[in-house]
Design a binder for this molecule. Structure first.
Ligand code: TXA
Ligand code: MG
Length: 333
């Protein structure tokens, strides 16, 4: 099968309504979409990605009014958050109605829902007339795609089409919070931080332990995605925490190594290096993170050292890097 790069929303909609998959742009990362009401189509997502069947998918809507048809008990807090952050990179987990097939939620009784910011995505959902189930459009375990070219790198020949859109402006996946009970819990950090959510609600929300800790007890895992190694290049990745000088001093001594560092470090580096933006720019780091992780293997190095600044600006950056390295962190003092 040849994967077509298309720019027609109508064409993408036809493919989706015929029970097939389309790579779709969103502001966070590209998604691999299926009609959420078509179980057979949703099953194809798991097959194409090599995704474990117990890892549930996010359902994407184009209007707030579509939510009522999908879930029970939309709390006042959820309404406040939707009002503030939708459309945008926030996913909320609710008790699901039967209209959502079990395959979407891996048989959980809750479903994750989000309304993407990118207008093309919402237009496509409206054109299909059904919500779209979509995980990130990478092979399972690999870094998420932030351009249509990344989608082709992983899925060319495996899906009928990719809807071409802009490069992702956010660059990491949405913030996922559970709003199915009164106690709101953040399960996956994204551009919208726990502090952003807490300040809108006027109360501090909980952050699940797995966000920045290796949780080994499977019973403690609330979001099935966190138990899998994620975002990983094939090359071994080690995070190095410390100042620019300490980082350079350490990695410049290493054999057949590369570095993923900040703009400010580049002049100090004597080994091949790529930058994930300025040390002081949260949005640079979010936007460039996955593109850099995807480039690492092309160096064919023994190991990639990633500079983690002593003051990490965004929990999502830390969370993705911890997972990419399998929680392999070295602190230089
Ligand atoms: O920005 C995003 O969220 C992107 C774009 C395409 O929308 N999507 C995305 O999907 O990142 P995915 O499948 O790669 O990640 C979804 C995460 C997984 O960690 C999954 O375990 C969790 O959300 N999740 C989904 N449904 C859940 C549920 N019912 N309960 C708990 N966690 C859930
Ligand atoms: Mg993913």
């Amino acid at each position: 099968m040849e994967t077509l790069v298309i720019d027609s929303i109508q064409e993408a909609s036809k493919i989706l309504l015929s029970g097939n998959l389309v790579g779709i742009p969103t502001e966070t990362v590209y998604g691999l979409a299926a009609d959420a009401f078509n179980s057979e189509a949703v099953l194809k997502i798991f097959k194409v990605k090599g995704r474990p069947a117990d890892n549930p998918l996010i359902v994407h809507i184009s209007e707030f009014s579509e939510l009522e048809n999908l879930v029970y008990d939309i709390s006042d807090k959820a309404k406040i958050l939707a009002d503030k952050f939708w459309p945008g990179p926030l996913t909320m987990i609710f008790k699901k109605k039967n209209i959502i097939p079990d395959v979407v939620t891996a048989s959980l009784d809750c479903v994750a829902v989000r309304m993407p910011l990118l207008e093309i995505t919402r237009k496509l959902i409206a054109e299909v007339g059904h919500p779209l189930a979509a995980p990130s459009a990478n092979l399972s375990g690999k870094p998420s795609p932030t351009s249509y070219k990344h989608v082709l790198d992983d899925l060319n020949g495996k899906i009928p089409a990719v809807l071409k859109g802009p490069n992702c402006t956010v660059g990491v996946e949405s913030t996922v919070i559970d709003v199915s009970s009164d106690k709101i819990v953040l399960l996956r950090p994204g551009k919208i931080s726990p502090e952003d959510i807490s300040s809108v609600l006027g109360e501090k929300i909980a952050v699940d332990k797995s966000v920045d800790h290796l949780v080994s007890n499977l019973d403690e895992i609330k979001s099935p995605g966190v138990k899998y190694k994620h975002y990983s290049p094939k090359t071994k990745v080690v995070l190095i925490k410390g100042s620019s000088n300490k980082f350079a001093e350490f990695v410049n001594e290493q054999y057949n190594a590369i570095s993923m560092c900040f703009d400010e470090d580049l002049q100090l580096m004597k080994i091949p290096s790529i930058s994930y933006g300025s040390q002081s720019s949260e949005s640079d780091q979010l936007q460039l993170l996955f593109d850099c992780l995807r480039k690492i293997d092309s160096f064919h190095a023994n190991v990639a050292y990633i500079h983690l600044s002593p003051q990490v600006l965004n929990l999502a950056v830390l969370n993705r890097l911890l997972r990419a390295s399998g929680f392999n962190v070295l602190e230089l003092k």
